[in-house]
Write a protein that binds this ligand. Structure first.
Ligand code: CP
Length: 320
């Protein structure tokens, strides 16, 4: 595997899930695979889970790890071609990337959407420059439009907790005080569409995701109807993807607190499990009693980030 961005990159999902199970049973089974190999993790944005779980996964596989926080100690990087670099950016990404590639065998990139220009964000300019110019396998650690390590961990978690062959999984938009990217819901939709689940997305009108990700998922604007009989609720905020009105791209167009997942919402379900990728804002996305309930899977979900990263890094090491 030379890139890990979309669900197609992982191939057969049941094989990937079997591999996840194998690694979870023996995290150090492939410790010799990464000997004398180096993972470079490059962060243009903050992280807790991705940073720790991916580093842990690489160490389980015997790798050395270098972490670069671009905004904390590195030269400020220019990402656009054709500009006169007379501002505060001292180095161009087009030199920095091949230099970084000299020091490692695999690269993980975190680079969020700017949320002001949909075309630019959805072109995945930063990620694609790493793929093109680093000369190394590259995986997304949440980029402008995708977060596949999270979606894979979410799928592993659903597999572990489901009590029927084809559970009903509902991704519900929930309110937030800041405009957030669409990367997590995009990837979750893409992975659920590929998995053996009955997948429904519910959100206020205007929050329709890119059809490239939402695919054939059922869209239900009535949250109560959507949650009826749900086995899993995947709560997430995202800003307006701007498909109905491009001027609204990246904006907050709904603040309706009726969408916050509370005990009343949980009662509409089939005793559903509650999921969220974290970090989560309590009181906006979910109430304290729901996230602290026995139905909450937020911690096992985060723990499975180590497993999803292990499978991905292992596959990439095998392809070197
Ligand atoms: N869920 C997730 O990716 O968390 P971090 O932003 O803390 O890495």
């Amino acid at each position: 595997m030379k890139t890990f961005i979309n669900v197609q990159d992982i191939g057969d999902l049941s094989k990937a899930l079997d591999e996840a199970k194998e690694i979870k049973n023996d995290r150090f089974k492939y410790q010799s695979l990464g000997k004398n190999k180096t993972l470079m993790m490059i962060f243009f944005n903050n992280s807790l889970r991705t940073r720790l779980s991916t580093q842990k996964a690489a160490m389980n596989l015997g790798m050395n790890v270098i972490v670069l926080d671009v905004n904390a100690g590195a030269w400020k990087l220019e990402t656009e071609r054709g500009v006169i670099m007379d501002g505060d950016k001292s180095e161009h990404l087009l030199e920095a990337i091949p230099v970084m590639g000299c020091y490692c065998d695999l690269i993980g990139v975190r680079s969020f959407a700017g949320l002001s220009d949909r075309e630019y964000d959805y072109a995945e300019t930063v990620l694609n420059q790493f793929i093109k110019y680093s000369g190394k396998p590259v995986f997304a650690m949440e980029t402008a439009t995708v977060h596949p390590l999270q979606a894979f961990a979410d799928l592993i978690t659903i597999e572990e907790y489901k009590n029927k062959k084809r559970p009903k999984v509902v991704m519900s938009w929930a309110p937030h005080c800041r405009a957030l990217p669409q990367a997590v819901p995009n990837s979750f939709a893409q992975w659920m569409n590929a998995a053996d689940v009955d997948f429904v997305i519910t959100h206020p009108e205007g929050y329709e995701l890119d059809p490239k990700f939402s695919g054939n998922a059922k869209i239900e604007y009535d949250q109560k109807k959507a949650l009826d009989g749900a086995d899993f609720i995947y709560a997430k905020n995202w800003s307006c993807p701007g498909f109905s009105n491009p001027a609204e791209y990246g904006k907050i167009i709904c603040k309706d607190m009726n969408w916050t997942i509370d005990t009343k919402h949980m009662e509409w379900t089939n005793n559903a499990y509650f999921m969220h990728c974290l970090p989560v804002r309590r009181g906006l996305i979910v109430t304290d009693d729901v996230i602290e309930s026995k139905q909450s899977l937020v911690i096992p979900e985060a723990a499975n980030r180590e497993i999803s990263a292990s499978v991905v890094i292992k596959r990439m090491l095998e392809s070197l």
